[in-house]
Design a protein around this ligand. Structure first.
Ligand code: ADP
Ligand code: MG
Length: 325
């Protein structure tokens, strides 16, 4: 059982940034309005996620660290068996390769409870005074799994990967207030934004006001694909493509079709090894995408790649044209 958890951990928990992603997604799923992420030592010494979500009662808390325990499955999901592989494995996997503590207080409870799983050994739950919500701490990740620790990059590189994950999660969830802190960094504070201009406001917080000022808004619906977001002006470029962000149905993805479409959309402008900056948000019928290629790696496959490509090229082309390009 411990061995199975450790093998599963290799799939879900590749590095500190994947732990952060799993935990913050859980907080978002729990309806959190404010999520604080603190890390130390590139997340290898400490990752702490504090949320004000729905919390867990005693039974849910005990279940949460069990393998294949998830509160998120419905019968409908059984139609698509491929999504099941990674459900209900994150906390169990993390607990098998780190010192995990899960503290939670649901609405209506007078105090919280904390459960510890130290490299597979569980203790608790014990009472703990806390606000409503959940606090998850992950300490000394992979300290007992030298084979995995060996493959981690420097604390600095892991911190950069965590920052990248947090930027993507924040860009996909403007309604949530994110605070990023800890000894790894200066504090980032991205208050919740709502209303019509929420997306632009969040992109300003995360990517910088200069991007928003030098970009055109995208708004296009075509062949069942809705394209939104901001596309940087051809005069506003970067030396690499790290500032190109792609979201499909609210999740950050990496996808060759989208990268190729953006390249084609800007093909009329000569950049000399520079790259346009884009934050592209697609909404598409979930049946028209395969997101299960590898959930943890954010890969997907469009059923109609050509249609998606056309919609993106047209959305950017029209927006730039309207701006006089
Ligand atoms: P999954 O998210 O796939 O269900 P996880 O291992 O990530 O599996 O989490 C297991 C369960 O623990 C979740 O289904 C949820 O019920 C509970 N849980 C985890 N994190 C939180 C949180 N921050 N707030 C409330 N419940 C949580
Ligand atoms: Mg989860």
């Amino acid at each position: 059982e411990d061995l199975i958890n450790r093998i599963a951990a290799g799939e879900v928990v590749e590095r500190p940034a994947s732990v952060v992603k799993e935990l913050v997604e859980n907080s978002i799923d729990a309806g959190a309005r404010r999520i604080t992420v603190a890390t130390a030592g590139g997340g290898m010494d400490l990752i702490r996620i504090t949320d004000d979500g729905c919390g867990m009662d005693r039974d849910d808390l005990l279940l949460s660290v069990e393998r294949h325990a998830t509160s998120k499955l419905t019968l409908d999901d059984l139609d698509d068996i491929r999504t099941l592989g990674f459900r209900g494995e994150a906390l169990a996997s993390i607990g098998s390769v780190a010192r995990l503590s899960v503290a939670s207080r649901p609405a209506g409870a007078e105090s919280g409870l904390v459960l510890v799983v130290d490299n597979g050994r569980r203790s608790g739950p014990m009472p703990q005074a806390m606000n409503r919500g959940t606090v998850i701490e992950v300490r000394d990740l992979f300290s007992q799994v030298p084979a995995r620790r060996k493959f981690l990059k420097s604390a600095r590189a892991e911190t950069a990967a965590i920052t990248d994950v947090m930027r993507r999660l924040a860009m996909a969830n403007p309604q949530v207030h994110f605070v990023l802190e800890g000894t790894d960094r200066q504090v980032s504070n991205w208050p919740a934004v709502t209303g019509e201009a929420a997306l632009a406001a969040r992109l300003g917080q995360v990517m910088g006001a200069d991007f928003v000022e030098n970009a055109v808004p995208l708004a296009m619906a075509r062949h069942g694909v809705v394209v939104a977001g901001l596309a940087g002006l051809p005069t506003f470029t970067r030396a690499n493509s790290l500032s190109q962000f792609y979201f499909v149905n609210g999740r950050s993805v990496r996808d060759k079709v989208l990268v190729g479409a953006v390249r084609a959309a800007y093909a009329d402008y000569t950049f000399r090894d520079r790259f346009p900056v884009v934050a592209l948000y697609l909404a598409i019928d979930p049946a028209a995408v395969d997101v299960n290629v590898h959930p943890a790696k954010a890969e997907l496959r469009f059923r109609d790649g050509g249609g998606v490509r056309g919609a993106v090229i047209r959305a950017i082309g029209m927006a730039l044209h309207e701006a006089g390009y």
